[in-house]
Design a protein around this ligand. Structure first.
Ligand SMILES: Nc1ncnc2c1ncn2[C@@H]1O[C@H](COP(=O)(O)OP(=O)(O)OP(=O)(O)O)[C@@H](O)[C@H]1O
Ligand SMILES: [Mg+2]
Length: 269
C-alpha cells in the first residue's frame, strides 16, 4: 500500500508565469523514508506543500499527480482536505513557535487535535496528549503540558510540534527542515525520535533538508533537486558514496567539513 505517491509533479507559478517544479516523482510506503536535498529555491518546500494541499496562492499543480493512501488529491474539497490533514498526512516545519498558539498551554493544543481528529473526550484527549509528550522524549510531560511556548526551548518546541503532528496517527509525516534551527545535539535527538517513530509506528517520512548529514542518517532513498528538477536519485548510500551528478558531488564536498564521514560510515552496507 502506497502512503504517498508523487508522480511527475509539475508546479507552476501563475503570476511569474514559470514552472518552478518540473517532474518530481517518489513513493512512500509505510516505514519508508525518502529525502529531498537541494539548494535554496530548488522547489523542496513547494513539493511538500503540494502534497499537503497548501500551495501558496497563485501556485498550481500544472501536471502530474499526487495520491495519498491511494487517493488522487486533485479535486479534493476543503472539507476532504481537513479530514486528511493531520489524520493521514501531517507535517513539521522549521520555526515551531510560529505554528503554536502563544496564549494557550502547549498540551491543550495537542489535546485539541486529538479531540477534533480522533473525536476523543476532553479527559481522554488530555491523557493521550501527556502520553505523546512522553513519546517525543520530553521529560516531565505532565509539567510541559501546562507550559506556554515562551517557557520552552527551540528543541522542546519542535518536540511539541512533532507530538501535535503525530497526535492523530498519520500515515505520512513531512519534515521540512524540521531540525535546521536546532543545535547539533538537539538535532541528533530529534532525528533519533523520527527514526524511532518510523520503526515503531511504521510512519512513512518525507525529510527535506539542505543538510546531507541529516539525509544520510535517516533516509532510505534520496532525491537531489536542482532548479525544480531531480538531477539524481537512488538509495542514500549509493548516492552519497558514488554520486553521478556533478551537482551532488558539489553538495557532498560542501558537507565534508561538517563531518559527513561519520554518517557515511553509518549508512555503509
Ligand atoms: N509564497 C511564495 N511566493 C512567491 N514565490 C514563492 C513562494 N514560495 C516559494 N516561492 C518561489 O518558488 C521557488 C521554490 O521555492 P521553495 O520554497 O520550494 O524552495 P526550497 O527548495 O524549499 O528552498 P529553501 O531551501 O530555501 O527552503 C523559489 O524560487 C521561491 O522564490
Ligand atoms: Mg524550503
Amino acid at each position: 500500500m502506497t502512503a504517498l505517491a508523487v508522480r511527475d509533479l509539475h508546479i507552476r507559478d501563475l503570476v511569474g508565469d514559470r514552472e518552478i517544479v518540473r517532474g518530481v516523482s517518489f513513493e512512500l510506503t509505510p516505514g519508508k523514508v525518502v529525502g529531498i536535498v537541494g539548494e535554496s529555491g530548488s522547489g523542496k518546500t513547494l513539493t511538500c506543500r503540494a502534497a499537503l494541499g497548501i500551495l501558496p496562492e497563485h501556485f498550481v499543480v500544472s501536471a502530474g499527480s499526487i495520491e495519498i493512501g491511494g487517493r488522487d488529491i486533485a479535486g479534493l474539497s476543503d472539507a476532504e482536505w481537513t479530514g486528511l490533514r493531520g489524520s493521514t498526512i501531517s507535517a513539521v516545519f522549521q520555526d515551531p513557535a510560529s505554528y503554536l498558539n502563544p496564549s494557550m498551554r502547549v498540551g491543550a493544543q495537542i489535546a485539541e487535535v486529538i479531540r477534533v481528529k480522533k473525536r476523543a473526550s476532553r479527559r481522554e484527549a488530555r491523557r493521550r496528549a501527556v502520553e505523546l509528550l512522553a513519546a517525543v522524549h520530553l521529560r516531565d510531560p505532565a509539567l510541559v503540558y501546562e507550559q506556554y511556548t515562551y517557557e520552552l526551548s527551540g528543541g522542546m518546541l519542535q518536540r511539541v510540534l512533532i507530538a501535535a503532528a503525530i497526535a492523530a496517527d498519520p500515515a505520512v509525516l513531512i519534515a521540512d527542515e524540521a531540525t535546521t534551527a536546532l543545535d547539533v545535539i538537539v538535532q541528533a535527538e530529534i532525528l533519533d525520535l523520527l527514526a524511532d517513530l518510523r520503526a515503531r509506528a511504521g510512519l512513512a517520512l518525507l525529510v527535506v533538508s539542505h543538510d546531507l548529514a541529516v539525509i544520510a542518517q535517516l533516509c532510505d532513498e534520496v532525491l537531489v533537486l536542482r532548479d525544480g528538477e531531480v538531477v539524481e536519485r537512488g538509495e542514500t548510500a549509493d548516492v552519497l558514496h558514488e554520486p553521478r551528478h556533478e551537482y551532488t558531488r558539489l553538495l557532498i564536498s560542501e558537507h565534508e567539513q561538517y563531518g559527513l564521514d561519520k554518517y557515511l560510515e553509518a549508512v555503509d552496507v
